[in-house]
Design a protein around this ligand. Sequence first.
Ligand code: GLC
Ligand code: MG
Length: 739
Amino acid sequence: MRFKKASGRVELAEGTRNPAFRDADGDEPAAEHSAGREDHSARTEDPSAGREDGVAAVVEPEAAVAVVGDEYSQVRPYAGMPKEVLLRYSSQARYRVPREILFWLTVCCTLALVAVTVTVVAVSPRCLSWWQASPVYQVYPRSFKDSDGDGIGDLKGIVEKLDHFLYLNIKSVWISPFYRSPMRDFGYDVEDFRDIDPIFGTMADFENLLAEMHQRGLKLIMDFIPNHTSDRHRWFNLSRTRDPHYEDYYVWADCNSTSPKPNNWVRTVSVFGNSSWTYDEVRGQCYLHQFLKEQPDLNFRNPDVRQEIIDLIRFWLDKGVDGFRMDAVKHILEAEHLRDEPQVYPDRPPESVTTEWDLHHDYTYTQLGLHDLLREFRAEMDAYSREPGRYRYRGPRGRVAMWPAGVPNGRKLGVRNIMVCVWLGRFMVTESYDYHEVEKTMMYYGTRLIKESDFPFNFYLLDLPHNKSGAWAKHLVDLWMANMPLGKWPNWVVGNHDRSRIASSAGPTYVRAINMMLLTLPGTPTTYYGEEIGMENINVTESQIQDPAGKYNASASRDPERSPMQWNDDMNAGFNNKTNVTWLPVHPDYESVNVEVQKADGGSVLSQYRSLSSLRQTALPFLRGWFCYVHADANVFSYVRELDGHRAAYLILLNFGTQSAATDLSSVQELPDQLEVVAATNPVRDGNTVQKSSILTEAGEGLVMQYSTYTRFHPKHPAECFVSEKACLLETIGILYKC
Ligand code: GLC
Ligand code: MG
């Protein structure tokens, strides 16, 4: 404390005087001195002025002026000095000039910072969403991991295996239905959309699963079934008893018990039976069901039904789920007039109409209004994506964070990784098999202005086994690429719970090449559980059949592709070890085809899957680059992945034929003469150098080759190339920009 108070006056302590200051003071204009004084004398009328403690300091006005004029003129300013004095010093050039310089510097820096931020935002390409940055992994919960030993997989079992996804560099996990269900269609017949089936666990187990997933940076995609419920659903019971509110929740039509057919409509999966109408004794009418008779179709013409479905979507979004796979969407609406659908072969008798393929589904599939409805669902998800504080992503180690693609958990972020930022919106994928009407499938992308699904599932690659050739693979890939609306994001499915496993239908020879293609094509790959280790279908005897579709028609059973996941070579392949029961038999090849054995083998299907998914995530050309066809023939399919400004580019060559091939790409000028193999289905070839004039591959073999050049393939071959959103890399500083 440098002031001391004596006999009611403020005085300066010895040692605060600064004789040197007197000179500087002399520079000041007289006007400023007097102004300072006036101000000072005015303020001294307030007895407590200048004191924070509120105790009145007795300063006589005249004396104060004298103090300012004489004694203070000799001291340096310092904290605690009365304001009047400080003001006087502050107007001196030696203080004023630096102050002004500092002020303008701050203004300029702020403006520069704003300008840089605006420029970076303006030139940066859009962030990738999490569902773009990672493959989607499908878990069929009955078959993934059984924690309680009842022979059926469950939610706690999934929690036990979450590290498997991290091991595979997978962040997005879609889990097939686990709602309360009588299990006539193993969960696709929902009895209560707000509850978990006891077979799978409890709501607490679900919440724990979700928290554990988010804790690890994993996203959970739920299956959602808007088209139908179980016939045990409360709504159906109220509808068949004509409760006034629920009467029209389902599609009812007059019919009689002997000929229950209001029209000729047949079930979609006609292996479930023929007519899509069943007579209900309680109500004395027929109800529509495009799937099993235990799965009555909801009536979406009823606004209350729409509202119920929206409420359910909100219910799960509120819980924090990250996205939905919308089941069987094309069936959601039917024509109200209920007219017969036209027969594919009009001359045949009406009784011959027994399967889905016998009719043109003009009145039951993709009806007007369907897309409006899906866009309503979408809008719900977007509302939840935007709401601040409601949807936060828990990064690795529980931190709330953006998860930059290309950064495996815990690694340091580089500038480049930050540029591959990840957008945290909620996700919607639609399921619709519109096989011969690709333009119908593409409708689910929405338009440039109105968003619908992030992508509709692309099932074309399920047909790979039909014709073993490179040209066929290219044709299937091109079916999607050539028809996808501009700027949209592709995706690829090679297996699911409804279709034979690709390792069985294509043969184990091709499994590695198929995974290689899946992970190097542009867009999001989907991997059905077990595909990462090359699991095959099981043989199911008639007495072992579980799938209701198989009970109608054994050859249509979907049990073969639903066998327990093969974790290790212990009892039941590690699917469960508390009992010897498993709901479907374990595949006999489990001793060699399992996660544990393949982890230990650097050349296994699993190890290759893992390194390719990591390459996909870390090498920018795969995530954001161009995709160009280079070559396709009876054996080989070859394409390039490249990014402008990125020196490293990749040539992928896959032999889907039945013979070995020597592919000559010497006419492709953009490729250098030599290329380095960075991933190979045959581990012997890893690291090899190959000549572009003769690239040798065996049937089922695939190579990812890297080369370095700034010469790009796409400018000269625009018709062969696709990109969802153009981006270029400024390699020197590692920044991506729109170009
Ligand atoms: C979807 C499911 C299938 C189910 C059907 C009825 O196609 O993938 O498993 O049987 O919908 O819900
Ligand atoms: Mg269980």
